[in-house]
Each structure stands twice: as structure tokens, then as C-alpha cells.
Design a protein around this ligand. Structure first.
Ligand SMILES: NC(=O)c1ccc[n+]([C@@H]2O[C@H](COP(=O)([O-])OP(=O)(O)OC[C@H]3O[C@@H](n4cnc5c(N)ncnc54)[C@H](O)[C@@H]3O)[C@@H](O)[C@H]2O)c1
Length: 316
């Protein structure tokens, strides 16, 4: 594996994953695929970038041919809250684009990494210690597209031997690029507001437990899964992975230890609360630990400490 295309590379995960991949595989071997927003700074300066609208199969195919790509990290997607407000576009971007990527991968023999999400579960899924294989009846368009994506990736693996692998990411917390309209965005916003204003109004209510992960672990998970020995993988699309599970009170309490006087109140957003209520409290990620050595480094305490330190410098 040495020639990589990342789609959605200016997004929250893509903007950091592209740089991490460049560090690991060489700057010129990793193409940043963008839709409308052009890359800036390090992303633009350290390696090639191209406009790749993934709803066009030709656009993907042209770049794969031009750079002799052998691995696609397909991150282009609409996130949960955005998808719920535009379900037709969400289907087009999240499903039709994936079909395009898989078809190009089949033709050009590329491996494909596609993130699924905790959104692939629904209210009838066991909410605690959610098993790797369990009921998946999501009630959001985001979830419908994520389950469809998992099934499509498995189908292309079994039918056409495309090397597809995926993770069910929980909410991802980072200080570089803001999240793109998901239900777990509060866990990033809270740090910005705590540092800037010493207070935060949370859009999810007390007691809403969700799985979360700090970005360095999310990046390692993607790259480690793609490097895993295929003979060890009993599952492929997609692995439960989590580092921590907390509710708004727990993260606020950790931040208070680092920013004395920090206060949080609540103004619940009914759309995002209903989405969060349909997702697990905490997934069981034993399969990822056993099959490819998933072992996250950041706990809630360690993540909060690093976020506050890094974000204070960024916002200065
Ligand atoms: N961030 C999270 O907390 C989280 C959690 C679970 C799963 N995921 C999944 O990880 C992946 C990446 O998420 P993210 O947080 O970086 O999302 P994001 O919204 O920050 O970025 C997505 C990117 O996709 C691009 N895009 C949209 N339509 C496109 C198109 N037609 N062609 C090409 N690019 C297009 C957007 O420009 C954007 O840069 C998604 O599949 C998402 O569902 C993210």
C-alpha cells in the first residue's frame, strides 16, 4: 500500500488523517481529494490535492488513474444532523458516492477504508455493551446510509474481493478542524466556549451517554486497521471502536478541573437529542481489540487535558 487518495480531506477527520498518512507513507503518495472547499496551510503545502466530487464516478476514476492509486480512504459524507435536514442529498453523497468508490476500486484493484458510525445503530439495538453483530434498525437517514454502506462494503469484499475495511466511529473530538454537523459536536464546542467564555450551553441533556474518541486514536485506528493482517479479520465492515463513554455532566466536570469557574447549562435541541437517544450508550469493541490490536491511548481525563492545552495555544 503506497499510493493513497483521501476523499473529503478538508473535513474534521480528513484534514488530520491526510497529514498522518503523508507522514507514514510519504507526502507525494497521498492525494487530498476535496469537493468545493480548497485545502489551506499544511494540507495544501505538503502534498498533491485534487477536486474529486465523489458523486461522479469519472471524477474518482480519473484521479485514481492519474496517481496510480491503490488505496482509497473514503471520508466524503454528510453527518447526522445535516443528513436529517437533507435526506435526499445524504443518500446521494453517503451511498451513491460509496458505490462509485467501490466500483472504481473493483476496476483498479484498490483497497477501501470507509468509516461507519455509532449512527448505524438504532433504538432497538442493545444500548449497553452494544455487540459487534447485533440489531441495526437506525431511525435516521444518516444511520440508514451507514448500514447500507456497511452492507455494500461487505458485498464488494465477498463478491469482487475488493479489500474493504471499516470502523464504526463514535463522536470524534479534535482541536484542529471543527466538526461538520454531527450529534456529538457538543463535545468539541464545549472546549471552545469554555476557553473563550468560561461557559457553555449544551444541546444534549444530562444523562445522554455516548461513545467518544480523541482524534489521535481515531487516526491510528484507521491506519492500523488498513495495515492489519487480513487473515486475522473475521469482521470487516465495520468494527465497533470506542475509547470512552460519557454524558455532558462528566465532560463538564473534567473541564472544570482544568478551567476553574467553568459553568454549563442546557438548551436541548430536539433533533439532535432524538438522534442521540437512538444511539448506544457504550459499544463493545472486543472484536477490534482481538482481530487487529485496537488499543486506544486517550481516556476522558487525558483527552480533556490535551484538548485544553492545545486549544488554548490555538485560540491565543
Ligand atoms: N466526526 C465524527 O465524529 C464522525 C463520527 C462517526 C463517523 N464519522 C464518519 O467519518 C467520515 C468523515 O467524517 P468528518 O467528521 O470528517 O466529516 P466532515 O463533515 O467534517 O467532512 C466531510 C467532507 O466531505 C466532503 N464532501 C461532501 N460532499 C462531497 C462530495 N460529493 N464529494 C466529495 N467530498 C464531499 C465535505 O466537503 C467535507 O469536507 C464520514 O463518513 C462520517 O460519517 C465521523
Amino acid at each position: 500500500m503506497n499510493r493513497i487518495l483521501v476523499t473529503g480531506s478538508v473535513g474534521q477527520i480528513g484534514s488530520e488523517l491526510t497529514l498522518a498518512l503523508r507522514k507514514r507513507y510519504g507526502n507525494n503518495n497521498v492525494v487530498a481529494g476535496v469537493n468545493k472547499t480548497q485545502p489551506t496551510g499544511e494540507l495544501k503545502e505538503t502534498g498533491p490535492w485534487e477536486i474529486v466530487n465523489c458523486t461522479s464516478m469519472d471524477a474518482i476514476s480519473n484521479i485514481v488513474k492519474k496517481y496510480k492509486i491503490d488505496t482509497i480512504y473514503h471520508l466524503a459524507a454528510l453527518l447526522s444532523a445535516v443528513a436529517e435536514n437533507n435526506p435526499q442529498l445524504a443518500w446521494d453523497v453517503n451511498v451513491n458516492s460509496l458505490v462509485n468508490v467501490l466500483e472504481v476500486a473493483r476496476e483498479h484493484k484498490c483497497a477501501v477504508f470507509t468509516p461507519s458510525s455509532i449512527g448505524a445503530f438504532g433504538p432497538t439495538t442493545p444500548a449497553d455493551n452494544t455487540p459487534q453483530v447485533t440489531i441495526q434498525r437506525p431511525t435516521t437517514m444518516y444511520g440508514v446510509t451507514k448500514v447500507t454502506g456497511e452492507l455494500l462494503c461487505d458485498y464488494y469484499y465477498h463478491k469482487f474481493k475488493v479489500d474493504t475495511r471499516g470502523l464504526r466511529y463514535p463522536g470524534i473530538i479534535s482541536y484542529i478542524t471543527l466538526p461538520g454537523g454531527g450529534t456529538t459536536d457538543y463535545a468539541v464546542e464545549i472546549f471552545y466556549e469554555a476557553i473563550k467564555h468560561n461557559k457553555y450551553t449544551c444541546f444534549l441533556k444530562k444523562g445522554t451517554y455516548l461513545d467518544m474518541m480523541y482524534m489521535p486514536d481515531a487516526l491510528d485506528a484507521a491506519m492500523d486497521l488498513m495495515e492489519a493482517d487480513p487473515s486475522r479479520l473475521k469482521n470487516r465492515n465495520a468494527f465497533n471502536v470506542t475509547s470512552m463513554s460519557f454524558d455532558p455532566e462528566m465532560i463538564a466536570a473534567e473541564i472544570k478541573k482544568l478551567i476553574p469557574g467553568f459553568a454549563m447549562d442546557y438548551k436541548v435541541d430536539p433533533l439532535r437529542q432524538s438522534i442521540a437517544d437512538s444511539w448506544p450508550n457504550h459499544m463493545d469493541d472486543t472484536a477490534a481489540r482481538e482481530e487487529w490490536g485496537w488499543n486506544p491511548k486517550y481516556s476522558l481525563t487525558a483527552m480533556c487535558k490535551d484538548m485544553v492545552e492545545k486549544l488554548k495555544i490555538k485560540l491565543q
